[in-house]
Design a protein around this ligand. Structure first.
Ligand SMILES: Cc1cc2nc3c(=O)[nH]c(=O)nc-3n(C[C@H](O)[C@H](O)[C@H](O)COP(=O)(O)O)c2cc1C
Length: 208
């Protein structure tokens, strides 16, 4: 049975364009995967903690040596990893902030990437340990960072997410770049006209 983890990042609730496109994806996904299961994690409402001393001490020591403090610090990391491993598709809807991922998404990534759990390091290099999970990224931005745009290289978010997901074994990553939301803000395009082709792309990704 198909399983989807939907991770939403924008704090803008229903007004968020990344969340709106994520809903389109979800509807398409549900239509294409009858009986599939879905889990959501809303990072605007469930803001992850930051890596701290107890987290590091726990993550880099043997589970049998973990103190109560280590276990408490790693609990969220365990949950985040379990959610990702259980999903065959992870949908991440996120705005671009300062050319990168918003801080809450980075905090989520810091819980996901764990030595010996989601990646291993050995004489032959690094190996991602998550198997059978692919990802779809829906990325909104005020600017247009599509291929060929003069500011395409400013987009540090998409290559970073692809790299870090690949690092833990999620190598199949599809990206829907939904740039130019500034066009809506400045009245150059209506929200409906902006959304229409992107909704179609979101539906196509959901059915793939
Ligand atoms: C703190 C902050 C930083 C932002 N940084 C960028 C940026 O670097 N490049 C860009 O094109 N847009 C940037 N934006 C604009 C958002 O990416 C854009 O408004 C996007 O549509 C928001 O997505 P949402 O509608 O899902 O919340 C920024 C917005 C905020 C609030």
């Amino acid at each position: 049975m198909a399983s989807l983890l939907k991770l939403d990042v924008s704090p803008r609730g229903d007004a968020s364009y990344s969340r709106q496109l994520g809903e389109t994806f979800l509807q398409g996904w549900q239509a294409a995967h009858a009986g599939g299961t879905m889990t959501t994690r809303d990072l605007a409402k469930q803001q992850p903690t930051y890596v701290d001393l107890q987290w590091i001490a726990g993550a880099y020591s043997k589970p049998e040596d973990h103190t109560a403090e280590h276990k408490a610090a790693l609990e969220l990391s365990d949950d985040i990893i379990a959610e990702v491993k259980a999903a065959d598709t992870v949908l991440i809807t996120t705005p671009m902030y300062n050319f990168q991922v918003p801080a809450v998404l980075k905090a989520w990534i810091d819980h996901l990437v764990r030595a010996g759990v989601t990646f291993s390091a050995g004489p032959d290099g690094y190996k991602g340990l998550i198997q059978g999970t692919k990802a779809v990224l829906i990325v909104t931005a005020a600017g247009d960072y599509a291929e060929g745009s003069p500011i395409a290289s400013y987009d540090l978010l998409t290559p970073y997410l692809k790299q870090i997901l690949g690092f833990v074994g999620i190598t199949e990553v599809q990206v829907l770049k939904a740039g130019n939301t500034a066009g809506i803000q400045y009245g150059k395009i209506s929200a409906e006209d902006w959304k229409k082709p992107l909704d179609e792309k979101a539906r196509a990704l959901a059915a793939a």
